[in-house]
Write a protein that binds this ligand. Structure first.
Ligand SMILES: [Zn+2]
Length: 262
């Protein structure tokens, strides 16, 4: 399994793309997780072909997680994508996302490839992938995702604080990405993660690698400084690539990429 971090920034970041990852398995089956406004350009810079992403999963539909969808679909339309696309989202979010797909082709109402819309279940199978979702604590219902494929497990929180349900999904993950807005403690009922809760998580679960992301720009330096000597915590960053089949550990791969502290 390979993970490409397309974006790691918060909603209005001046220095990072909006948060999104691309997950590829050994057979190069690819899922895009979230698609904020600056994600399409990041994808084009990575030079992925127009047919290469088979599934898009939306954790929730705050604009910084979905506003790139019409741009991405518009490009796929313009370059004649043929491959069918599956979009997973929450049932109540589908009509809004379908307005974005309408925008991608307007005034034409058709697109040149099939789009299958599916609600996000709690547990399901997609081909050889085992998946599970659970709600974080966020102002809009947000479904974190656990992916298990090729004997690897990855967790991606989307927005929001960890809950007992999302912590359960992190069990045994080789790498977990957890939203972490700030380095200072937030209230228990806050809508975003903070460093204290993330450090507690990393210790409680004994995770090999916990990547913090979606951090406010002004918190990046304090976050990097505070976790600099933690053996299993890192600041995720745009362009980070992690290969779970690599003999190097995830933390070594992060360090080799050399951009984790800013
Ligand atoms: Zn959000």
């Amino acid at each position: 399994m390979r993970i490409d971090v397309l974006g790691s920034g918060s909603a209005f970041s001046m220095v990072r793309n909006t948060s999104s990852i691309l997950v590829s398995d050994q057979q190069l089956q690819r899922w895009l997780i979230d698609c904020g406004p600056t994600v399409p350009r990041a994808l084009w810079q990575h030079n992925f072909g127009i047919d290469e992403i088979e599934v898009i999963y939306f954790t929730h539909i705050h604009p910084d997680h979905c506003a790139g969808l019409p741009v991405l679909l518009n490009r796929w339309k313009s370059f004649g994508r043929q491959a069918p696309l599956t979009i997973y989202c929450q049932a109540e979010h589908r009509p809004i996302l379908q307005q974005l797909t309408a925008l991608a082709t307007f005034p034409v109402t058709e697109i040149c490839f099939a789009i299958e819309w599916l609600d996000i279940p709690e547990r399901w199978t997609w081909r050889n992938w085992q998946l599970a979702s659970a709600a974080t604590q966020h102002e809009m219902r947000n479904l974190a995702l656990r992916i298990e494929v090729d004997d690897h497990i990855v967790f991606y929180s989307g927005d929001g604080r960890p809950t007992s349900a999302t912590i359960a999904l992190m069990q045994d993950a080789e790498i977990a990405f957890q939203e972490c807005a700030v380095a200072t403690p937030l209230a228990e009922d806050a809508s975003h993660g903070d460093l204290q809760s993330c450090m507690a998580l990393a210790a409680q679960l004994d995770l090999p690698a916990l990547g913090l992301y979606h951090c406010y720009d002004e918190a990046l330096t304090a976050l990097a400084d505070t976790i600099a000597h933690q053996s299993n915590l890192f600041l995720s960053f745009d362009g980070l690539q992690i290969d779970l089949n690599n003999e190097k550990s995830i933390m070594e791969q992060v360090q080799c990429s050399g951009n984790s502290n800013e």
